[in-house]
Design a protein around this ligand. Structure first.
Ligand code: 5GP
Ligand code: MG
Ligand code: MG
Length: 179
């Protein structure tokens, strides 16, 4: 199906599963190459990154740990601009190589907040792996080490990303159709 309805919005298919999977495998290969000896701690940012993290980690073949944190900054179609505290990071990051695994870097406000928190907690080397990036929306000076795909500045759902809680289960990416 190329068009779907979620609540009051129509969405059309924009990135099919095969393209997503190929792009995710490339990120995993780059990580395998870059930090093989670093015993990294991957930090998956819930909820949105759960699907990317699952597929990514199946293709990461180096010794590593994986953990999960949660925070929220987004309501409906627009970023609220405020990010709540990181919840659930029980592991010490002191002196460690960490890789933050995110669904999407939009304005960069969320990632800036995560990065400053990890720096304050004493992480040694902090890398960012994001499934999607909207280059035109970036408002913060942050270094993003791994990007699976870049997309235009439109609202999308699927592959972990939601519209008002729905659509996370879709295996393809859909873009909102503006009326
Ligand atoms: P930022 O702080 O970079 O502006 O926004 C980051 C968060 O906003 C992401 O982790 C994601 O939850 C949400 N977000 C940004 N753009 C989109 C989008 O196009 N679709 C969905 N579903 N969420 C988005
Ligand atoms: Mg996110
Ligand atoms: Mg959301």
């Amino acid at each position: 199906m190329n068009t779907i309805q979620i609540k009051d919005k129509k969405f059309s298919l924009s990135i099919p599963e095969v393209e997503i999977q190929a792009a995710v495998r490339k990120v995993a290969e780059a990580i395998n190459h870059d930090i093989a000896e670093k015993n990294p701690l991957f930090i998956c940012v819930l909820n949105g990154a759960f699907m990317f993290a699952g597929d990514l980690m199946k293709n990461v073949s180096i010794p590593c740990e994986i953990t999960f944190v949660k925070l929220s900054s987004y309501e409906g179609l627009y970023s609220s601009g405020s990010v709540k505290e990181i919840i659930g990071l029980n592991e010490s990051v002191v002196g460690r190589n960490v890789v933050v695994v995110e669904d999407i870097v939009d304005t960069g406000v969320t990632m800036e907040r995560i990065l400053s928190s990890l720096r304050a907690k004493g992480a040694n080397d902090i890398r960012v792996a994001t499934f999607l990036q909207k280059p035109d929306a970036l408002q913060r000076d942050i270094k993003i080490d791994y990007v699976a795909m870049q997309i235009p500045n439109d609202f999308i759902v699927g592959y972990g990303l939601d519209y008002d809680g729905y659509g996370r289960n879709l295996k393809d990416i859909y873009t909102v159709v503006s009326e």
